[in-house]
Design a protein around this ligand. Structure first.
Ligand SMILES: *Cc1c(COP(=O)(O)O)cnc(C)c1O
Length: 236
């Protein structure tokens, strides 16, 4: 079991240092604590340490946690960051504030249709395949403009920006390339007149490179909660 408050503090320090190096202010970068596979005990420790935004990948697991914290923490923000199947969009539209992993119009339309009227617009990012690999999820860079133009017409979605999950690399220079590409794509959307402001990029091992290239949300799991054990059934 890792010391979650201490690890959170370390990550906040890494973010602050990277922002200082990039000439940015630390409040321009939001830390999303990726709590997938971790139970409510771990999340409660993070909340007690002041963390309010959480990222989840698996809808059923996430909804159980969201419901667990519903009563005593209405200020929490839940972000869906994992691959989306169309049979799970209703639960996502009902329970999350953000979705980072929109990668096709069918999913976007369903999320908009299924978003309850009583809730604010669902904040969404388009996931972009920055590694140009067939196997990877995400839209190709050349498809971003057309899909953004369609998404902004959906009544219950608010397009906020772009997200990517690059191939892991330990070379800080190589790490920056896909992040620079995502930043360019966001600028293209802004030049086309879209009010987008979000670059969701950077994880435990490459958040410094992402912040150098303009990340506004970094998604950190292992460096806060410890190694994930996918074999173990999650104890919620
Ligand atoms: C799991 C996951 C993360 C967090 O990764 P870590 O390596 O644990 O920091 C970030 N983004 C996405 C989309 C993920 O699935």
């Amino acid at each position: 079991m890792s010391d979650i408050p201490l690890q959170l503090h370390h990550i906040q320090q890494r973010i602050a240092r990277a922002c200082a190096q990039a000439g940015r202010s630390a409040d321009q970068v939001q830390l999303l604590a990726v709590s997938k596979t971790f139970g409510t005990d771990a999340i409660a420790q993070a909340i007690a340490a002041g963390q309010l935004a959480f990222g989840e990948n698996y809808v059923t697991e996430a909804v159980t946690k969201i419901q667990h914290f519903m009563s005593h923490a209405p200020s929490l923000q839940w972000h869906m960051i994992g691959p989306l199947q169309s049979n799970k969009t209703r639960a996502v539209a009902q329970h999350f504030q953000w979705v980072h992993s929109v990668d096709r119009m069918k999913i976007a339309r369903r999320l908009s249709e299924q978003r309850p009227d009583s809730l604010d617009d669902l904040q969404v990012c388009l996931e972009v395949n920055v590694s140009a690999e067939q196997s990877k999820s995400g839209v190709m860079p050349e498809e971003v403009a057309a899909m953004a133009a369609e998404i902004v017409r959906l009544p219950k979605l608010k397009l906020r920006g772009l997200m990517c999950i690059p191939e892991p690399s330990t070379d800080p220079v190589a790490q920056r390339q896909p992040f620079a590409l995502l930043r360019e794509l966001l600028h293209d959307l802004q030049r086309a007149g879209h009010a987008v402001d979000t670059l969701s990029m950077g994880m435990s091992d490459d958040l410094e490179a992402a912040i150098q290239e303009g990340a506004t949300i970094v998604r950190v799991g292992r460096a806060i909660f410890g190694q994930r054990d996918y074999g173990q059934k999650v104890k919620i």
